[in-house]
Design a protein around this ligand. Sequence first.
Ligand code: 0A1
Ligand code: ZN
Length: 849
Amino acid sequence: MTDAAQETIYLKDYRPFAYIVDDVHLTFKLADTATRVISRISFRPNTDFPGEFFLHGQDVKLISAKIDGVAVSPNVTPDGLTCDVPDAPFVWEAEVEISPSTNTALEGLYMSGGMYCTQCEAEGFRKITFYPDRPDVMSVFTVRVEGDYPVLLSNGNPVASGEGWAEWHDPWPKPAYLFALVAGNLVAHPSSFTTMSGKDVDLNIYVRPGPDEDKCAFGMEALKRSMKWDEDVYGREYDLDIFNIVAVDDFNMGAMENKGLNIFNSSCVLASPETSTDANFERIEAIIAHEYFHNWTGNRITCRDWFQLCLKEGLTVFRDQQYTGDQGSHAVKRIEDAITLRSRQFREDGGPLAHPVRPESFIEINNFYTITVYEKGAELIGMLKRLVGDAEYYKALDLYFTRHDGDAATIEDWLQVFEDSTGRDLTQFKRWYSQAGTPHVTVTDDFKDGTYTINLKQETSPTPGQDSKQAQVIPIAVGLLSQNGDEVSPTRVLEMTEDSQSFTFEGLAAKPVPSILRDFSAPVILQREQSNTERAFLMAHDTDPFNKWDAGQTLAKNVLIQMITQDAAPDGAFLDGIAAILRDDTLDPAFRALAVSLPSEDDMAQSLHGAGTTPDPLAIHHAVEALRVAMAQHVQDILPRIQAGMTVSGPYSPDAKSAGKRSLGNTVLGLLSRLDGGAAAAKQYDEADNMTMQLAGLAALLKLGKGSAESQAFRTQWRDDRLVMDKWFGLTVSMAAPENAARTAMQLTQEPDFDMKNPNRFRAVFGALAGNSAGFHDASGASYTLLGNWLAKLDAINPQTTARMTAAFETWPRYDADRQSKMRGALETLGATAGLSRDTGEMVGRMLG
Ligand code: 0A1
Ligand code: ZN
């Protein structure tokens, strides 16, 4: 299928490196196409694990090499080099040449907007120089950067600098994937932070001179809040004199936690009220926190090998979720996280790309920076915390930090800490790390003589390479309500460990209504025969905000399924429930916005498929729209009042309360526009003084098939702001009618400012196409072909982003024979591309099975 080597790496084959690295000195002489990197590295044999001296190296030209000052001639291959070395400590010196300006893969040292920057996770350092590029080789780095730029940065603390050079020293031993270098004509947005022990830390956000300088203030404050939070909640203090963040336009992912020098996709750090939405602000704050939290969970304690990725990512996502909850509403954050998990992780778990939170093999590790490793990984931490309790959780974390500081650790180490600290046996819990797939938990119940019994059955479908599954430990939080809505039994966590298990509640006067899986206490799919009346009852009365929201979602899904499969009319109980939520001013507006939002079309396809029905994306699209219109009509008399009540006056602030009001106001605007032909949306667009309101006005118009004048005005107004233009490209494709989606995306690729080398712009267009469910799955197959062809083109310049985006096709098994063959056909064509990368080759191979 592909020219690139498809060698599979296995967790079971792990072996420590045969040499220990005592220190690393690097000198960079920067030049666009011919940067010289001079390394001086002290090695000594690892007597416990003797073996070959192999250094990784890829696309680096070896100029010279010496051992202890004497020239040597290593054996260089496309992957690295081997060399005869002394059986005693020695100093390795090498000079290599690399070409940052032609590096479009954005891995290693590359150029973006005239600046030099790096991305070394997972295996990018080997594109910079020859080195044991593996996370268990940790060392102290000293770096000299030479180049004619005002700003020259690397990890750690600044040591010395002069005209055209700077030296940095990072005292904390680190693996090569945390190395970073930045050079360019940049300006700093400076500030400082005093740590809990009274140390002053210099903070900077670096951007290019110009409009970006006014978009740093929010990120800086978010950084300080994160630093304080990690001290208060986890007792973790920052450990260098300086912490730098740099914004880069061309970046494959969101951001990177390099020690003391975080590098961010500019979309994940730059913010201003005029150009960023409330959702952007929330995401930026979460990502800044996430990267900062990695300083302890990832950097001070890193991963032994890449199979352990969830050790740092699951825990760090869990920490950033806790942080976001603390900044606003835990209930709203939990609902948002559950939406993400169900729509993207359950989708991955249910398709050909399913893999365990800790995979056991891979071809290209970059393909495993997935929603499963990150978000399901975070769910596992949340379940552990729920099982052991808060106090025990923080006690275990303290032990983790003391025991493993400076280590490259494993999931076994992590679980051992919890076992030692709490005395619990986690043997069965560990299955969560090795079993892929989403458990289905089926619930039945009965009531007799004051005793209420809940019967649970768990089952996980086979996933690639795992035919049979064993029972997992599932914490199921349950509360009971009386028929009049009072809570008769407060939340209790049932610890399910068997395939089938029953739990009883004694001394009840009457049969209660159960509220099961409160707070989304486990990443499972709950299955229960339940009437729409009971769902509506829970939607109205459940005291657990997650389940109150979820009752409405389950009800909405059921109503939609009835509309799609039986041509039923929108259910009255559902419409009344929506009206009651909208009317209830005691509820948090952000919660109300979520509670009256319908499941996404892709979620509906997933649910239908799960229920044994082949989804028709166009029928789903029409049903969702019909239900929205019915909702709007049902609540039309209250919409203007609610919208007026959600007006936020005064200067824009992204705080949770104001954002929540705008969120509900804009949800209501979406409903109103179904009744007024877009009048309120056009007015909002004209009057908006911030991006949240402007974009919501435009989106509502485009959804109606209107707003072409506003869309053009928007394009003109924001022509020079690339992050806002990404929104415009994305929205244009997301809002295109199903039959026009492919054509719209294709036309946008012909715009002068469509640049496939910029991952943000490519994703804006093609991520939006894949996300426009009815448009992507248009029966003509035009979107499949278009995306497949563009991925083939992108692969030649950026394999990593290409490979990630192939996941648009992972849902092929859900659909009818015609769509299946068209989706598989697009994958086969992509797979047959000459010179296809290992990254994309692996993804296509896994999807085609
Ligand atoms: N560790 C980063 C994510 C990241 C991973 C890989 C990258 O390049 C291949 C870049 C960033 C994080 O979790 O934020
Ligand atoms: Zn991370």
